[in-house]
Ligand binder design. Sequence first.
Ligand code: SF4
Length: 455
Amino acid sequence: MALTGLEIYKLLPKTNCKECGFPTCLAFALKLAAKSAELSACPRVSDEGKAALESASAPPIRLVTIASGEREFQIGNEVVLFRHDKTFFHQPGLALRVKDTDPLDKVAATVAEASVYFAERVGFCLSMDAMAVENASGDAATFAKCVEVVKANSVLPLILMAKDPASIEAALAVGAGSKPLIHAADSENWEAMAALATRAGCPLAVKARGLEELAVLAEQLTKAGVQDLVLDPGARTPAETLAVFTQLRRLAIKKNFRLLGFPTISFPGEGAESAEQEAIAAAQDICKYSGVIVLDHFDPATLYGLLTLRQNIYTDPQKPIQVTPDIYRFNDPEPNAPVMITTNFSLTYFSVAGEVETSGVPAWLLIADAEGLSVLTAWAAGKFSAESIAKFVKGSGINDLVERKVLILPGMVATLSGELEEELPDWKIAVGPREAVDLQGYLKELRRAIKETPH
Ligand code: SF4
């Protein structure tokens, strides 16, 4: 079990020296118990206290790294059941599975296409994380050849899937990257798989039917020296997977059950009858609580949906993704170009920026600090008010850059225009469209009107 604040307090020096930034040792202990402070902030804790506290404060779910050269992703190290309790830290890796029974030219083409897929969203590059290669043939040499082809066409980390340790050994021998995930040790092969994983320094998935068998195997493997485990509890249907992954997360977080305190792996395609069903199951796995999701279909449209969902679930709910408040220039604006203003919520910025850029109309975009909230939310919270907008406009420097002083408000806050005209007497206030998607037409029309206006 995790230590309580009082138990932690007993291990601290009790000098109340304040060097940790808290007024008393007890206050610091309570913060440590809530996992909102780091033990390293106290320079006076004894070595014995440190050792006891560090082992007690180890994350309930171990952090596991899967890598190939410079490409790597980390899973685990989660501390809450629900993202609104704090945040989720390490998003699940998305992998695509190919089989060594597929024609090698097809494997090469699929892997090459999926590996280079990426999408840009709110300033982040979203892409796949790994390639899984399955030894469906049962033959070690065929498997090794397939792994070679995958490595030649992808820089992504690998998941090596075979029942036979000899096949895994053959794949490792041809160079499967620095830290591929081996899938999987089971009740029959665990000793040989543990020896391979230890020798190669690779994380090892452990597969069992049910949590009891999984805990027994996990204990045997850790005693054999494998510390980086990934759990495959054998669930394949969405209902089974949801139930067992939730049990695993609860056991790790609520009960601090160390034997099962490892990230998980799921195979949504195995319980699905179509690519669409697989996508739905994968979406569930992103939310609850898979560490690696191995897909059997690659479709850019579906993948974009999954990557977007994953990005949303794994952002900090208390810190919306933001852009820097500033003046942004589009299409080389001149002093009489339109001036728009909106909030610094990333999704708002990128929606507006995309439309303005595509319109080809030169324009100035003021991004005001609204603590990362969207326009309506910020307005409702009083963070995008006439007063705050006027303050930002006056301090932004836009007055020195433009001659045509017309400020375009988002249509959703048209109600601010009267008050804003009083706050900014040198400016005329106009109301733009409610939705970013209507900006292109609005700006083109505005540009025409500006050109026709006699000076
Ligand atoms: S730095 Fe350590 S000893 Fe000093 S108040 Fe904080 S917890 Fe107590």
